[in-house]
Design a protein around this ligand. Structure first.
Ligand code: ATP
Length: 502
């Protein structure tokens, strides 16, 4: 665990040192849980968004995109349930003065027991060859005991959360003897409800000005435009509306870099289907989204599905795609079958009919919805943390390299003249001009070639092209691959064909 924490710290400082992510307002000592993306960060982030957008909008003929405003009519958040129910239960430790989410404290407690089970299983599999019956019984007994504890705590926890029972949550924290990770004490306050929406006022005079909210999710912008898109796009069920945009949540606990931010970006798609067909489409989108993640080549073992035991009041099925971050498996994406809840609520609150006329059955009804929702920033963190490696080379030296998926890498190609003379810089510039329209390239002539390769490794550039003496004679260059560090010569005229962008 200590190693993983160490690794996470290194990733955070690497992200800053190489212009990926800076703390917001840094010269004023920063603003908690808000971050700025630097010169490479913005490229990587844009590539993530483009990759998602293409997979949704370009490759699905029945999905279209929109870009709705962040400010919306305040009644939308009443209708969606966010004003009344978008709360987290918070609790403070009186000794450390640290604030926690009560539900997260209990989830972490459950996770610790799960870790114990995993350890038992690991221990047993190591001693597989001389594992006798007594040992089996002992291990099995311990695992069953842990599992029973998990089941009991999970069931009670789900019930308390479903009933919004804050007193019960506090009692459970006391009973489980959960301590504050900072002070180590059990000196807790009561549990209180905390609404996560940021409110502000619209209008020129404070008096009479309306309270509006910064949207905590982009989905509602899609629901309130359902009719517009359905009518103007002549859409037929099933169809989807996709959107990428900022969302804001006043998170209580914001200590995990860009995993939990107060201002972040979401990529959401609402897929409208016939009532009764939602579970079929839910299964379809689970599979589609899994394929999307796997297409990036970060390995099947980096992901797991976590089906929700506790369903939000509007959902009839929900799952999280969890990613193996340096701090463990955590939610990267949510897939939810949201029933007709949102459109029904908006129909009721707005007084406008939000129905689909089905030409096949001659019926008109409110469609059901399956949603896929992923955070851009969490996706960013997943590729960054998965890609980061301090690789020990054969000669004992260490290179820091980001094995980013090629399609997402901020710079695809660096063009490097071996020396700053003999026409090599000019040749390199010519190659830059040839490649620029196709991909993001960088020219670098400073320092020895080895150091330049390392700089490109550190920002995840998959290819370096070196212009040398031979180039001037036969119009060939060296391509050096980031991951294998292999080098091979190709004619300049073949470069566009040789460089694989995915
Ligand atoms: P969590 O349980 O981690 O708070 P959530 O279940 O509230 O997440 P959703 O409301 O389902 O998250 O939001 C969809 C996606 O938006 C999440 O899977 C995540 O990738 C992203 N997301 C949510 N909250 C944040 C945040 N504070 N910072 C960064 N990304 C976020």
């Amino acid at each position: 665990m200590a190693n993983q924490e160490d690794l996470f710290k290194k990733i955070i400082s690497h992200a800053k040192e190489y212009g990926f992510i800076f703390p917001s307002s840094e010269i004023y000592d920063g603003l908690a849980a808000v971050y700025d993306y630097g010169q490479y960060g913005v490229e990587l982030k844009n590539n993530i968004k483009q990759y998602w957008w293409n997979s949704m909008v370009r490759y699905h003929e029945n999905i279209v995109g929109i870009d709705s405003a962040i400010f919306m009519h305040p009644t939308i958040w009443k209708a969606s349930g966010h004003v009344d129910a978008f709360n987290d239960p918070l609790i403070d430790n009186k000794d450390s003065k640290k604030r926690y989410r009560a539900d997260v404290l209990i989830e972490d407690y459950i996770q610790k027991i799960e870790d114990k089970i995993n350890k038992e299983v690991e221990k047993a599999s190591k001693r597989f060859d001389n594992f006798d019956e007594a040992m089996y019984r002992q291990t099995n007994g311990r695992v069953l005991e842990y599992q029973a504890k998990i089941d009991a705590v999970t069931a009670r926890f789900a019930e308390l959360m479903n009933n919004n029972d804050l007193v019960g949550l506090k009692a459970l924290i006391d009973e489980l003897e959960i301590v504050c990770p900072v002070s180590g004490s059990r000196n807790w306050t009561e549990v209180r409800q905390f609404n996560l929406m940021f409110a502000t006022r619209i209008g020129s005079v404070t008096e009479g000005a309306d309270t509006i909210y910064l949207r905590p999710e982009t989905a509602q912008g899609i629901f309130v435009n359902f009719l517009n898109v359905y009518k103007t796009g002549r859409m037929k069920l099933p169809f989807g509306i996709a959107q990428i945009g900022k969302a804001f949540r006043n998170e209580i606990v914001a200590r995990q870099f860009i995993f939990r931010m107060r201002e972040f970006e979401q990529m959401e798609m609402q897929f409208f289907v016939r009532p009764g067909e939602e579970l079929k489409w839910f299964a379809y989108w689970k599979e589609e989204r899994k394929k999307w993640h796997l297409s990036l080549g970060m390995g099947e073992s980096s992901y797991r599905f976590h089906d929700h035991e506790k369903l939000a009041h509007y959902a009839n099925a929900a799952t999280d795609i969890e990613f193996k971050f340096p701090f463990g498996f955590k939610e990267l994406e949510g897939i939810h079958s949201r029933t007709d809840y949102d459109l029904s609520q908006h129909e009721q609150y707005s007084g406008k009919k939000l129905r689909y006329f089905d030409p096949e059955t001659n019926e008109s009804y409110i469609p059901y919805v399956v949603e896929t929702s992923i955070g851009v920033d969490r996706m960013f963190l997943s590729v960054l943390s998965h890609g980061y490696e301090e690789q020990v080379l054969e000669d004992g030296s260490v290179r820091t390299v980001l094995h980013l998926p090629v399609v997402l890498a901020p710079i695809k190609v660096a063009v490097l003249p071996l020396v700053k003379k003999d026409g090599m810089p000019e040749k390199a510039r010519e190659i830059m001009e040839m490649l620029k329209p196709e991909m993001m390239c960088q020219y670098d002539e400073k320092d020895a070639i080895g150091r330049r390769y390392r700089r490109q490794d550190a920002i995840g550039t998959p290819y370096c092209i070196t212009v040398d003496n031979q180039t001037m004679e036969d119009q060939t260059v060296t391509i050096r691959e980031r991951d294998s560090m292999k080098q091979y010569r190709v004619p300049i005229a073949h470069l566009l064909h040789e460089i694989k962008l995915r």
